[in-house]
Design a protein around this ligand. Structure first.
Ligand code: NCD
Length: 299
C-alpha cells in the first residue's frame, strides 16, 4: 500500500494511522523484530535528510527487515542514471517497498505508477511529507488529547513547506483549526479554508493557541531572496523567549527540524518544557514502522 499524501484523507483514515502507530509503540520489541525478517526496503533519498532517513532505517530494523540505502551523491545518478532506472535496480535486487525523497513534486507517485511495489513519500519538493504529518498529529494528540476545537499555529516558510501541507491535512481531518503565518511572500493565500486561517502577525497567530509549530526558511527551495536579514526575520517571525512567555501554560511547541536556532526559534524554547521536538522524532519511528508494516502486509 502506498503512502503518497495526506490530503483528502478522512478523519477515520488519519485515526487509523495513529492507531497503527500506537499499536507498534505499545508492542513487544522482540516480537516486532521478527515480523518482517527477510523483507527489503530501499531508501531512495535524492535530497538531503538526517532525521527522516535514520528514522526509516530504525523503523525497518525494528521490524527485522533489511535496508538497501541509496545516496544520490555516491551513486550512478552522478553519471546520469535516471531515478526510474535506479528504482528498477532496487526492485530487481529485492526491494518490495521504496521510500522516496526528491526535490520534484510527484516523484514518489511517478515511481508508484510505474513499478509494482509500494512507495512511501519521504518528502517531495514543496508538496507533502506524509509520515511527518502523521508524527506531528500523533505528538499533538499525545500532548493535548483529541484535537477537536484545538488551535495549532504554523509559523514560517509555509510556501515551501511540505511539512505544513501534510500537517494541515492531518490536523484539520482531526478537527483542529490551523492558523498559518509567515512573511507575505511565504504565505500562499490558496491554503486558506474553513479550518485554515491566515494570520498577519505571529502574535495574532499564537494568541491562545494550543500548539505552535515553527518552520525553517527553506532557502534551497526559494527562487529569490526571502527576507531582508536574519535580525528582521527574528523580530517579525521567531518564537523568541519573550513571545513564548505569552503562550497559555499548556501550549506545546513543535518543529520538524532541522532548526535554525536563534533564527526562527530560541534555544530556551526549543529545549524548554513546552518543547515536544524530541517526542516528534521518537514518534517518527513508530509512524514509519506502521507505514512499512502496512506496505509489506499489502505485498
Ligand atoms: C523537513 C523536510 O525535509 O521537509 N525535515 C524533516 O523531514 N523533518 C523540514 C525542513 O527541511 O525544513
Amino acid at each position: 500500500m502506498n503512502l503518497l499524501e495526506l490530503r483528502g484523507l478522512s478523519r477515520a483514515d488519519v485515526e487509523g494511522w495513529l492507531e497503527a502507530a500506537r499499536a507498534v509503540r505499545g508492542g513487544d520489541p522482540a516480537t516486532l523484530r521478527r515480523k518482517h525478517v527477510g523483507r527489503r526496503v530501499a531508501l531512495l533519498f535524492f535530497e538531503a535528510s538526517t532525521r527522516t532517513r535514520f528514522s526509516f532505517e530504525a523503523a525497518a530494523q525494528g521490524l527485522g527487515a533489511d535496508v538497501l540505502a541509496f545516496s544520490a551523491a555516491a551513486s550512478s545518478t552522478t553519471k546520469g542514471e535516471s531515478m526510474l532506472d535506479t528504482a528498477r535496480l532496487l526492485v530487481a535486487v529485492g526491494a518490495e517497498v521504496l521510500v522516496v525523497r526528491d526535490t520534484a513534486v510527484g516523484a514518489p507517485r511517478h515511481l508508484a505508477d510505474r513499478l509494482g511495489v509500494a512507495v512511501i513519500n519521504a518528502g517531495d519538493g514543496t508538496h507533502e511529507h506524509p509520515t511527518q504529518g502523521l508524527l506531528d498529529a500523533l505528538t499533538l494528540v499525545d500532548a493535548l488529547g483529541p484535537l477537536d476545537g484545538k488551535v495549532v499555529a504554523i509559523v514560517g516558510d509555509i510556501r515551501h513547506s511540505r511539512v505544513a501541507r501534510s500537517a494541515l491535512a492531518a490536523l484539520t481531518a482531526l478537527g483542529a483549526t490551523v492558523r498559518l503565518c509567515g512573511p507575505a511572500p511565504l504565505l500562499p493565500a490558496g491554503l486558506a479554508g474553513s479550518k485554515v486561517v491566515l494570520a498577519a502577525t505571529i502574535d495574532e497567530a499564537i494568541a491562545g493557541a494550543d500548539a505552535v509549530m515553527m518552520l525553517r526558511i527553506q532557502r534551497e527551495r526559494a527562487s529569490g531572496p526571502t527576507f531582508s536579514s536574519v535580525e528582521a526575520y527574528r523580530r517579525g517571525w521567531a518564537l523568541t523567549e519573550a513571545r513564548a512567555a505569552t503562550l497559555p501554560p499548556h501550549t506545546v511547541v513543535l518543529h520538524p527540524a532541522p532548526m535554525n536556532r536563534g533564527v526562527e526559534i530560541d534555544d530556551v524554547v526549543a529545549d524548554g518544557p513546552r518543547s515536544r521536538i524530541l517526542d516528534q522524532q521518537r514518534n517518527g519511528v513508530w509512524v514509519r514502522m506502521a507505514a512499512l508494516d502496512r506496505a509489506w502486509r499489502a505485498t
